[in-house]
Design a protein around this ligand. Structure first.
Ligand SMILES: Cc1cc2nc3c(=O)[nH]c(=O)nc-3n(C[C@H](O)[C@H](O)[C@H](O)COP(=O)(O)O)c2cc1C
Length: 239
């Protein structure tokens, strides 16, 4: 049921975005199927990678978001090898459909050492996309300076993606037509109207409470065979 609705929303939103892109004389990359080697960036494909809900995509970055570690599932889904990811900014998997304002909110939280559950559409090396829901933990040194961020991501539930996709298309269109500030004000207005803050809004989209959200990110038995050593680090940090 949701997949048909999502498809329709995608079609409508794609038309709107293509119209805006055309107005701004930007070429849409949707439906291309090769890597743009000249510009060394990935061309997007309108094909989703379905994640295994029992698995977690993990990464660790320095304070600025430069990747220092990624687990096996990260590499399996993104299609990158370790040597291609290490030392790269996390935006290597940034999908162009993602509104900038979501990353603004994300970084405001991370810089305060706070967790944030965000829906993120990520871009795999082959151009396909995958939706995740995030969970973060920040580490400090003895001087109280941020040294690293740990991210865990789970498959974003399908019914939530339908709502999120609609919102993100709107935010992205506002950013393209106006700017990020205007998109931010729109988002704030939406939350005010719903009398919610960012966190309660995310919970309401998912239809769960805080406790259920927390348990969503507690490891069951994922990655047990391949990442015993790695799991102990992440297990300790995120439980
Ligand atoms: C630990 C950590 C994990 C992140 N994970 C992602 C991710 O999965 N996808 C993504 O697009 N950005 C992720 N980011 C945010 C990126 O650093 C970056 O802000 C974002 O891709 C937007 O890039 P841009 O500001 O260059 O457009 C992550 C940041 C941190 C610190």
């Amino acid at each position: 049921m949701y997949s048909t609705e999502r498809k329709n929303t995608q079609e409508t939103a794609k038309k709107t975005i293509n119209k805006i892109l055309a107005e701004h004389q930007i070429t849409s990359t949707t439906n291309s199927d090769s890597l743009d080697k000249q510009h060394n960036r990935v061309i997007t494909l309108d094909k989703e990678i379905n994640l295994d809900p029992s698995k977690t995509i993990m990464s660790k970055t320095d304070a600025r978001g430069v990747i220092e570690y990624a687990n096996d599932y990260f590499m399996e889904i993104s299609g990158y090898e370790e040597y291609e990811l290490m030392g790269q900014p996390h935006s290597i998997i940034r999908h162009p459909d993602m509104p900038q304002v979501i990353f603004k909110v994300l970084w405001e939280r991370l810089n305060e050492g706070k967790n944030i559950h965000a829906f993120v559409k990520n871009l795999a090396k082959d151009g396909r996309y995958y939706w995740v829901l995030t969970n973060f933990e920040t580490k400090y040194n003895e001087e109280g300076i941020i040294t690293s961020h740990y991210a865990r991501r789970k498959a974003a539930p399908n019914n939530a993606i339908y709502t999120v996709e609609k919102l993100y298309k709107t935010l992205k269109a506002i950013e393209l037509k106006q700017d990020m500030k205007t998109a931010e004000n729109y988002f704030k207005g939406l939350l005010e109207e719903k009398q919610m803050n960012y966190d309660s809004f995310i919970l309401s989209i998912l239809g769960i409470d805080e406790q259920t959200m927390a348990s969503y990110f507690i490891d069951q038995k994922e990655n047990t065979q391949t990442t015993t050593k790695k799991r102990s680090v992440f297990g300790r940090l995120f439980k």
